[in-house]
Ligand binder design. Structure first.
Ligand code: GTP
Ligand code: SPV
Ligand code: MN
Length: 613
């Protein structure tokens, strides 16, 4: 039996060897290659139901759909147990948990030894992006979770063809996942095996991922955050491209001009919703390209070209309903795996925000629930997993794999104060500064205190596989390959500003199209903007708020730049930059300086608040 982590495969035939080595270490009962063919999928779903791991929903209400209930201690990403194991600590930077790769390998080997006893080890070959496209990357996920294998089948492009390409010598990223719950002969399995001891470990130099102890979301679907963001960000640094936590959408104006927009919002801050919004402005058309991850690279033409490397959506259930997101509501009518939502007596699903609460339910933990129970029926980070092909607005590029040229990049978060509804950066450096200094209220998508404001640069705080300050430098450098006239324009948005009553000032959802329309008009050079210390704001007539129940005062508040708030913001950014050991690029420090100067100039002119009107 092995007692060390297998070394890194190089060359054509090592994939089988590597799989054998992982099996020798983890000791599963069986090793099964999983290609997600319709027959394999049907069999694995049926087996999971028979094993009590999935609940089959009523086929007349929710055809082809299932409910999974996780362990109460395994409901979100675990950032404190997520590690970047680069050779040098400085390469991980102050925002990541660093571990020495050799000592982590030893620690992991002890956890993984025998970890799959009594279980089936699935080997899942997957492609990120359409397999033939130039930006595609391949990987293998080994997992002892049928739920993870089934989810990978929807979230990525899993096929025998990928295995063939790997066998023929294509580069691939090895990823290993165990729920960390071996079974002895007489053990009965639990519904959601997991371990209180968790590791989500990344080895940037050898491009490997080892995940132990959790079966949930980004901890377990290793192609997503672990590969497509943390490892891919390192590949992008080394190869001249960018891996980003962004949605990707195409808006076509009433005149028929397409605009491609990518937007980085932190977890549970509105990416899925914006990627499939139903515009409340007449004549605008939306096509969905992606809801969570974008890979982008400058083309020889001076434009930035982007793809969504994923094939499915792992979306937040609460808040998703016919009023807020009718497209997603339709998309998950069938062939969906739900996790940690409530179950109705008719064997359908329910969550807060879907519809008025039914009189009785079974909550996400399997307990009886009634309205007024005082706890949510669905976990706040409950999710749906569905193929992107089910999205009624899915763009052709999902099938062709073609990249799209970006017109605008948006940075946004949840900020009750400070950040205006929309503001345009003065230039690329200012835009990178906006991304670098984003802050947002923490959500239920990760373990931690919900509501606490934290800096989440580029919405990549939990997802950047190397030093965050070096990543900013990479963003600055990459612009040298862009034609300034054709480079994506950069904007900051905030749907979550609150008024004095504590309510959101902006209606959000489909009405966000009003902001996107202004952004498209800016890109097209059709509207002007007014300068403010923090960037360029819409002028009164250009932001279409026709038909909204919005007072003049609310509109002023939405676009207000409050001097005291921004003084606090700049000093907090300054303090935060000091934690980067002199790594922050000079061009970013200059942006902070310029922001402070613009704020001082306005202050000296006597204004407390400057709005864009
Ligand atoms: P991850 O999958 O964790 O990366 O999340 P996400 O960024 O895709 O967020 P998502 O679109 O799933 O939205 C998260 C929550 O925010 C849901 O409960 C939504 O209903 C809510 N939300 C999304 N857009 C808006 C908006 O414009 N306004 C308001 N008030 N809430 C929104
Ligand atoms: C996020 O947290 O940003 C998600 C969910 O998209 S997870 O896949 O669990 O990371
Ligand atoms: Mn996400």
């Amino acid at each position: 039996m092995r007692s060390a982590l297998p070394s890194i495969p190089t060359g054509a035939h090592d994939c089988d060897l590597w799989v054998a080595e992982v099996a020798a270490l983890t000791r599963p009962d069986r090793v099964v290659w999983y290609y997600d063919t319709p027959d394999e999928r049907a069999a694995l779903l049926a087996q999971s139901v028979a094993d009590g791991k999935l609940i089959k929903l009523d086929p007349n209400r929710r055809p082809g759909s299932y409910l999974a209930r996780s362990d109460a201690g395994d409901v979100a990403r675990v950032e404190a147990r997520t590690f970047i194991c680069s050779e040098s600590e400085a390469d991980a930077g102050p925002t990541n948990n660093w571990r020495d790769p050799q000592s982590m390998r030893t620690e992991l080997a002890a956890r993984f030894a025998g970890a799959m006893r009594g279980r089936t080890m699935f080997v899942v070959p997957f492609s990120m992006g359409v397999a033939d496209s130039s930006l595609a990357r391949y990987g293998l996920q080994v997992t002892d979770s049928a739920y993870a294998a089934l989810s990978m089948g929807m979230m990525t492009r899993v096929s025998r063809d990928v295995r063939t390409r790997i066998d023929e010598g294509a580069h691939w990223v090895p990823t290993v996942h165990s729920v960390g719950a071996p079974l002895a002969d007489d053990d009965t399995d639990t519904t959601w095996p997991s371990n209180t001891d968790k590791y989500i470990a990344h080895f940037p130099e050898t491009r490997e991922v080892w995940s132990y102890g959790s079966g949930y979301g980004g901890n377990a679907l290793l192609a997503k955050k672990c590969f497509a963001l943390r490892i891919a960000s390192v590949l992008g640094r080394d190869e001249g491209w960018l891996a980003e936590h962004m949605l990707l959408v195409r808006l076509t104006s009433p005149e028929g001009r397409p605009f491609h927009i990518a937007a980085a919002f932190p977890s549970a801050c509105g990416k899925t919703n914006l990627s499939m919004l139903q515009p409340t402005l007449p004549g605008w058309k939306v096509e969905t390209l992606g809801d969570d991850i974008v890979w982008m690279r400058p083309g020889g033409d001076g434009r930035m070209w982007a793809i969504n490397p994923e094939a499915g959506f792992f979306g937040v259930a609460p808040g998703t309903g016919p009023g807020t997101n009718p497209v997603a509501t339709q998309m998950i009518e069938r062939d969906t795996i739900f996790t940690n939502v409530a179950l109705t007596p008719e064997r359908d699903v329910w969550w807060e925000g879907l519809s008025p609460a039914p009189a009785e339910l079974t909550d996400w933990q399997g307990q009886p629930w009634q309205p007024g129970a005082g706890t949510p029926a669905a976990h706040p980070n409950s999710r749906f997993t569905v193929s992107a092909s089910a999205c009624p607005l899915i763009a052709d590029e999902y099938f062709s794999g073609r990249a799209v040229p970006l017109d605008a990049i948006l940075f946004g978060g949840r900020r009750a104060t400070t950040t205006p509804l929309v503001v345009e950066a003065y230039n690329w450096d200012h835009g990178v500064f906006m991304g670098a200094t984003m802050a947002s209220e923490q959500t239920a998508a990760a373990e931690g205190t919900v509501g606490r404001v934290r800096r989440d640069p580029f919405a990549m705080l939990p997802f950047c596989g190397y030093n965050m300050a070096d990543y900013w430098e990479h963003w600055l450098t990459i612009s040298e390959q862009l034609d300034p006239a054709q480079a994506p324009r950069i904007f900051q948005v905030n749907w979550f500003r609150r008024g004095e009553s504590g309510d959101f000032l902006w209606p959000g959802f489909g009405d966000n199209a009003r902001v996107l329309a202004w952004i498209c008009r800016r890109v097209a050079g059709q509207v002007s903007a007014s300068s403010s210390p923090v960037g360029m704001l819409p002028t009164l007539d250009d932001l279409d708020v026709e038909g909204l129940d919005l007072t003049d005062e609310a509109r002023d508040q939405l676009l207000a730049v409050n001097g005291a708030d921004w003084a606090a913001e700049t000093s907090s950014i300054d303090k935060w930059f000091n934690g980067f050991d002199g790594h922050v690029p000079t061009r970013i420090l200059e942006q902070l300086e310029q922001l402070a100067q613009r704020l001082t100039a306005v202050h000296e002119s006597g204004a407390k608040t400057v709005a864009g009107r």
